[in-house]
Design a protein around this ligand. Structure first.
Ligand SMILES: Nc1ncnc2c1ncn2[C@@H]1O[C@H](COP(=O)(O)OP(=O)(O)OP(=O)(O)O)[C@@H](O)[C@H]1O
Ligand SMILES: [Mg+2]
Length: 383
C-alpha cells in the first residue's frame, strides 16, 4: 500500500508498506532527504536504505518485551504490536514522523496528538482495563510508545502526560524517578520532572511531555548511527561526541558528563542509547540541545533484595562502560558540581518512599544509606 512518509506537514518519501504489516518493502520517491529520520542513510542510487528505514519504522512499535503486552493485545483482538503502528499512522508524542495513506490523504493539523485529543482505549487496554462492548478507537500515541515498563499517555488538564509503572516485587521505579528528579534539580542538571501517583493502589510515575508540536526527540542510538562506528566499543563515548559535534549540538560533553554523574550517584543501570538523546525543531531541523534527562527509574538498587543493598559490590552501568567506577572516569570536568547541594536529601527521599506499600522501613533506610555512600565515593574519586 502506498504511503507518504511525512515529517509534520512535509512529505519526505513515497513508500510501499506490505498490506497488513508495518514492513516497508520499497521507496518509490525521495522528495526531501534532509527530513529523513536521523540515522537513515541514502544509498548511491539515491534511495533511502530499506533496512535502515525498517529498523527505524519497526522500532516505533511497542516492543514485544513490554510488560503484559500479550494480554493487552488479546483483549483488543490484535495479533501483534506492529499492527497497532499503522493503525495510528505511526504518529507519536515524541517526534513528528508519520505515514500518510496515498489513497485517502490526511492533514497533520487534523490528526497529530499534540493538538488533537486522543482516545484512552489503547492506554486502558495496556493497563489491563480494556473497554468492553464498544468499538475500540485505535488512533492513539500509545501504539508507538517505547520501553519495557507498562505505560500510557493521557491528557490531564490539557497536558500530555506519560504515566509509567514499576515492576515486581518492589514497584520502586516510580519512586526512583521522583528521587532522581530531586537529585538532578539540586545539582542543576536538566531533567524531566517526575512525581508519583497511585491508580488502583499501584504506584506510577507521571511526567509531562517535554516535546511540543514543533520539536522532536532524537535518540542517542539514532544519533550515533550518523557516522560509521568501526572502532573498539570502548570508544563509543568519543564516537558519540563526534556525532554530536558533526550534527552541531552545543555543550554535548558537559550535558553528557552531568548525566553520567547523576547516573553514578543514583546507581542507574539502564542508560542505554534509547534512554537519552537530543531535541531538534522538526521544521527548521535546528538542534535545540540535549534532551532533559528522562527514564531515570532503574536506579537506587531497585532490583536488589533489601539485605543486599548495602553489601560491597559493583554497580553496573551503561552505555559507555559496564561498571560505574569505570564510566565515571570518562568525566574530566567536575568544576560545575556542588555535592553539598545534596545535604539532607535523605529526608526528601524518606517522604517519597513512605507512600510505598512495597518498600518497608529497612529498605528505605538502606536506599538512603546507599545513596550517601555514593556521594562519599564520588568525593573520594574527584579528590
Ligand atoms: N516526558 C517525555 N516526553 C516525550 N517523550 C518521552 C517522555 N518520556 C519518555 N518518552 C519517550 O518514551 C520512551 C519510553 O519511555 P521510558 O524510557 O521512560 O520507558 P521505559 O519503559 O522505562 O524504557 P526502558 O525500556 O528503557 O526501561 C522514551 O524512550 C522516549 O522516547
Ligand atoms: Mg527507556
Amino acid at each position: 500500500m502506498s504511503h507518504i512518509l511525512m515529517h509534520r506537514k512535509k512529505p519526505v518519501a513515497e513508500i510501499q508498506i506490505a498490506k497488513g504489516t508495518s514492513t516497508i518493502i520499497d521507496t518509490i520517491d525521495l522528495t526531501d532527504p534532509k527530513h529523513l529520520p536521523i540515522g537513515v542513510t541514502v544509498k548511491r542510487d539515491g534511495k533511502p536504505d530499506i533496512e535502515d528505514l525498517n529498523d527505524w519504522f519497526g522500532g516505533r512499535s511497542i516492543p514485544a518485551s513490554r510488560q503484559n503486552i500479550k494480554a493487552a493485545l488479546q483483549s483488543m483482538g490484535i495479533a501483534s504490536t506492529d499492527k497497532l503502528l499503522v493503525m495510528c499512522y505511526g504518529l507519536s508524542l515524541s517526534d513528528q514522523y508519520w505515514v500518510n495513506p496515498k489513497e485517502s490523504p490526511l492533514k497533520w493539523e487534523d490528526i497529530n496528538f499534540f493538538e488533537n485529543d486522543f482516545s484512552e482505549d489503547v492506554g486502558d487496554a495496556l493497563f489491563g482495563n480494556a473497554v468492553q462492548g464498544k468499538k475500540i478507537d485505535f488512533v492513539s500515541p500509545n501504539n508507538t510508545s517505547d520501553g519495557i515498563l507498562q505505560k500510557k499517555w493521557q491528557i490531564i488538564n490539557n497536558k500530555r502526560c506519560l504515566i509509567k509503572g514499576g515492576s515486581d516485587p518492589f514497584y520502586q521505579q516510580p519512586f526512583n524517578e521522583t528521587m532522581t528528579t530531586i537529585v538532578m534539580n539540586r545539582l542543576n542538571i536538566p531533567c524531566v520532572d517526575y512525581s508519583v501517583i497511585f491508580e488502583d493502589k499501584r504506584p506510577y510515575s507521571i511526567c509531562e511531555n517535554f516535546i511540543t508540536s514543533e520539536t522532536e526527540l532524537v535518540s542517542a542510538f539514532n544519533m550515533h548511527n550518523t557516522r560509521l562506528f568501526l572502532r573498539p566499543k570502548e570508544e563509543l563515548y568519543e564516537h558519540y561526541l563526534e556525532c554530536c559535534e558533526e550534527l552541531g549540538i552545543a555543550d554535548a560533553r558537559l550535558c553528557l558528563d552531568k548525566m553520567l554523574v547523576a547516573d553514578y550517584l543514583t546507581m542507574n543501570d539502564d542508560r542505554h542509547l534509547n534512554n537519552f538523546g537530543a531535541v531538534r525543531n522538526a521544521e527548521s531541523l535546528k538542534w535545540l540541545g540535549f534532551a532533559p534527562n528522562f527514564d531515570n527509574g532503574s536506579s537506587f538498587c531497585n532490583k536488589e533484595l533489601t539485605e543486599d543493598i548495602l553489601l560491597p559490590g559493583i554497580h553496573k552501568s551503561q552505555p559507555f562502560r559496564q561498571i560505574h567506577d569505570e564510566q565515571i572516569k570518562l568525566v574530566k570536568d567536575f568544576s560545575w558540581l556542588d555535592l553539598s547541594a545534596l545535604d539532607g536529601i535523605e529526608d526528601d527521599f524518606l517522604k517519597i518512599l513512605e507512600s510505598s506499600a512495597q518498600i518497608n522501613e529497612q529498605r528505605r533506610d538502606s536506599i538512603c544509606k546507599a545513596f550517601k555512600n555514593r556521594i562519599t565515593d564520588l568525593e573520594r574519586f574527584i579528590k
